[in-house]
Structures are given as C-alpha cells and as structure tokens.
Design a protein around this ligand. Structure first.
Ligand code: ZN
Length: 508
C-alpha cells in the first residue's frame, strides 16, 4: 500500500511543501525515485538502507521500492528527504503503524549508522510548513533550537532514527526548551559608535537622513577621509529589526550554512565585500544556488568601497535589487529569487589617484581621459538610484589633536531620534521606510506648502525633473520633514533634498 508523508525543501530562502510517496511492490529488489530528484537524493538508497539496518529495522528486500516526490514538476535537491523516505518505508512495510504519522512532517539527512544529520535551510522550510495542515514537525536535533523560533507548530528534535520513531510513537516526551534568541534575552552585537566621529558634522546629518528613510548613499572623498569609518557606524543607528525581519535574516544565514549558534540573528547585517568580488559572489549563484552579498545584506547595510572598481556587469546588476528589493538568479533549467532589501552605501575616490579635490594637499596626477573613464564607470542609471550624495573632506590635524568632544551624540541617542521620525511614517499607515513610497500615492504622503510647490514648479519649468527624479526628491524631502516632526513638506525640506540628491561637483 502506498504511504504518504509531508516534508519540504528550499526555493531561494523560502521553504516549499514536498510530499514523499512510497509504494512497495513485490518484485526483484530495486529502488526508484521519481519527481526530478537531484544527485544527492538519487544517492540516498545506500544511506537509507544502512541506517535502517543499523537501527534494528528491516530493509524490504524482494520489493521494488517506488518513491515519488510530489509535486513532480520542480527540481529537488539536498538530503533532507532521507529521514521521511526511511520512515515512509517503515510505514509502507508495516514496521510502524501508519496512523501514528498523521499530522506529522519530517525533515532530516541520515548517516549510515542511523544518526540524523542537520540540514541547511530548516528554518525556511518550517516557516512554510506552518501554513500547511501539519501540526507537528520532526527535525534533526541540531536544528531544533533554531526551529523553535517558529511559533504555532509543535517542533521536536531527534538525533537518531530510533529516537525519531520513539517520538512519533509518543514514547519520548521532549524536554521543554527555551526559545532561543528571543530578542529580550540577548543584547545586539555592538556596532562602532557615532560618538567616535570627530568633525564631519554634515556627514553625521546625511547618515541620519539615510538611516531614517533608508535612502542610498554615495560618499566621494580622498583616501583616508573617513568614508569607511562613517559607513561602519550606519547599522548601529538603524532601528532594531522586528521579529519577521530577524527570521528572514536568520533564514539567509541558515541557507548559507553560516550557523554556529543556532539562534535568531538580531543584529542588522553589515556586508562590505572587496571590489574584486565576483558577479556570483555579489548577486548570487552557484549550484545549488547560494545567496550573494546583496542578499546577505538583506535588512542591513551593503557597503561597496572603491565603487567604480567593481566589474561593470556587477554594477549594472545592482539595479534589480535596488528597484525590486529582490534578485532573480537564472541558469539553464532553474531560477531562484532571493530577497535583497539593503541600504546601499557606496564610496569612491574623486579620481583614480585619489587627490582630485579642491582641498587636497597633493596634486592629482590623472589625465583628463583617465578621469573621464573613471567617472563613466558609474553610469547614469546607477547614479540616478543614489538618493544622497556626500562629499567628504579629510578632517584637519588640529581636529584630530583636539581632546574628544564629549558633546557628540552617541549612536543610541541618534537611533532614538530616528525611531521617533520613523514613527511618523507608521502613523501615516506606511508599512516600509520612506524610500518605498510610490508616486501614485503622493497626495497622501507629500502634502506641500505653497512655497515648496512653487519650488517644484520652477524646477520643472527649467526642464530638470522626470517623474522618477521628482519622486526621489519628494521621498527624501518627506524624510527630512519627518525628522523635524513636520506634517507638510516645506520649501526648506525640499531644498535640502534637492541639494543632497545632486551628484558631488567632482562627479560632473
Ligand atoms: Zn587623480
């Protein structure tokens, strides 16, 4: 008799339901898997056979074992189906009562001796199973503590096949476990603090605007002017992630197999790949498909130093995640969509030698052609997607030698102010930050004062604005108005937004 058991696999970072069907037909011994199984699944026969026999069960010889992974239309990979297949064989061969498995889903890889090995992406699969008819999920013991973060499901861990069956038969009651990573349990990892930034008063203001509305930022300045120093302080002033965001970021870590602690990630990601990063490393790729830096920075900051040195193809590929908040990786036969809503912070020197700035003590040695090529690398469409342009000058030796300024605000103080400004967006009924505001709803979120309206009309008459440009000005002006608790957008908000949206003079 055919037996069915629910399991799951990953698509991107999201889980999918997969039904494991097993039928035993008296015939010469054989083992057939259908439903587009990958190499890892096709090789499961020996693992399952050894695990069953080494755990004291009988492998049904003299039977044709037919396994189908449904739905059959999508390609499946990984070893998470070992345990559900083994348990289904036991149920189909009458070694355990099939009705004891009602309402269960099972995930796990098997070792030859019957141990249950952890799987990558367990959190994503369980999150998906919560929407199915399943009430209980059996997972590898090593994935258990993280899996408990998903509410609304009875999740049990097993370290061996024997233990898994004891749990299903109701013979072993799992000890109550504490939910790991409940945000109140642990402090966030500390980020470098804004109070260490000397001088740079304008830069502090721009960082605060960036963090309030999640507006992308390009810093232009000579080597050693503090671009990286400033960027590293941005995650520390972003408001804490909510639980959904924490689960999403944790799922990404889980899929990447970067899980040392088996607990929810509560700190915002900060990713700073070198400019020599490959296209696949930045955007995602490989087999099986792995998230790239744009996904690893999801809900956090992606810092790209030496921005024009990135491969042209990588720079162009940033357009999709910046617009869509996700990235689609396509290869022959498959495609995967990964989330990638990050705050882009790019940095560059004003020229290849680094000294093409008015205040530079050293003379720029770049030829006009070199300079033009360098600046042409960050094309119009990419520059157009940058909301804030910040020119950075090195601070003076005098400022460096001055005693620390105790009046400089710490990251915690700035972050509280940013949370208050963001509350205004929430009060308007917004789900996301101001960078996501749509032109079609601008009547609601961008009430303009008479002077601000006139300023826009004047700008348009000079033929300077596209709808996209206008939307970006207004989003930025909305953030600036929120920071001073303003209901409507005033001319002063709009002027600051227009100034900050204009590429620094060294780029034009
Ligand atoms: Zn130069």
């Amino acid at each position: 008799m055919a037996f069915r058991l629910l399991s799951g696999d990953l698509f991107g970072i999201e889980g999918r339901e997969v039904e494991v069907e097993v039928d035993l037909i008296p015939a010469l011994s054989s083992f057939v898997i259908s439903g587009l199984p990958g190499k890892g699944i096709r090789e499961s026969r020996e693992r399952i056979r050894s695990a069953l026999e080494n755990s004291g069960f009988r492998y049904p010889d003299r039977h044709r074992i037919v396994i189908n992974l449904a739905p059959a239309s999508w390609h499946k990979d990984g070893a998470a189906f070992d345990l559900p297949i083994a348990i289904s064989i036991l149920a189909a061969s009458g070694q355990i009562a099939p009705e004891s498995l009602r309402g269960w889903a099972v995930l796990g890889e098997l070792a030859l001796d019957g141990r249950v090995r952890s799987i990558a992406g367990c959190l994503g699969i369980i999150t998906r199973l919560r929407r199915s008819a399943v009430r209980s999920v059996l997972v590898p013991a090593s994935n258990h503590s993280l899996a408990l973060a998903v509410e609304g499901l009875h999740v049990v861990g097993a370290s061996t096949l024997q233990e898994a069956l004891a749990v299903i038969r109701g013979e072993r009651i799992d000890p109550p476990a504490t939910v790991p990573g409940a945000p109140s349990d642990r402090p966030e990892e500390p980020f470098p603090d804004l109070s260490e930034v000397r001088g740079h008063h304008h830069a502090r203001r721009v960082l605060e605007i960036s963090a309030t509305g999640e507006h992308s930022l390009l810093m232009v300045g000579p080597p050693g002017s503090g671009k990286s120093f400033l960027a590293r302080r941005l995650p520390g002033i972003l408001p804490p992630m909510n639980q959904n965001q924490q689960v999403e970021v944790t799922q990404i870590h889980d899929v990447c197999g970067e899980f040392a602690h088996q607990q929810l990630v509560i700190s915002r990601p900060f990713r700073a790949p070198h400019h020599s990063v490959s296209w696949a490393g930045l955007i995602g790729g490989g087999s099986p498909p792995m998230p790239g830096e744009v996904t690893r920075a999801h809900h956090g900051v992606l810092f790209l130093d030496e921005f024009p040195e990135l491969a042209r193809r990588s720079l162009e590929a940033l357009r999709e995640p910046l617009e869509e908040g996700s990235v689609t990786i396509s290869r022959s036969g498959w495609s995967r969509k990964f989330p990638s809503r990050f705050l882009l912070v790019a940095a560059m020197n004003p020229c290849p030698c680094g000294y093409a700035s008015a205040s530079s003590p050293t003379r720029c040695r770049c030829s006009p052609t070199t300079l033009a090529n360098y600046r042409a690398r960050i094309s119009g469409p990419i520059i157009d997607r940058v909301d804030l342009h910040l020119q950075i000058e090195p601070i003076s030796a005098q400022q460096l030698l001055d005693p620390p300024d105790r009046s400089l605000e710490s990251s915690a103080v700035v972050r509280r102010r940013i949370e208050q400004a963001r509350q205004r967006a929430t009060d308007r009924g917004q789900q996301g930050p101001n960078r996501d505001l749509e032109w079609s709803d601008h009547d609601g979120w961008a009430p303009l004062s008479r002077e601000a309206r006139q300023l826009l009309l004047d700008g348009q008459q000079q033929g300077e604005v596209s709808t996209r440009g206008l939307t970006r000005w207004l989003r930025l002006a909305r953030t600036i108005a929120d920071m001073r608790s303003g209901e409507q957008i005033e001319a002063v908000d709009l002027l600051e937004a227009m100034t900050l949206r204009t590429p620094s003079s060294s780029l034009v």
